[in-house]
Design a protein. Sequence first.
Length: 82
Amino acid sequence: MDTHSVQHEHREEGIDIPLDRINPGTLRKMIEDFVSREWSELADSEYTLDEKVGQVMQQLKDNRARIVYDSTSESWNIIPCR
């Protein structure tokens, strides 16, 4: 299975949120929200929501992506690690 990389090209700065500080249920909802926003072009793809969530979760665990909170916009995003 090909892994879809978290790709978000604009430079986003903010406060990193460690995964262990997020309730597992909340983390899943955050990833589901991210997947529905950022992976919408693959809505009819071969990947299920669970597979997409799993792929993003693995990227977070492998430190290939991170969750960032921007206090200016009071929003969060998942972005690739540099």
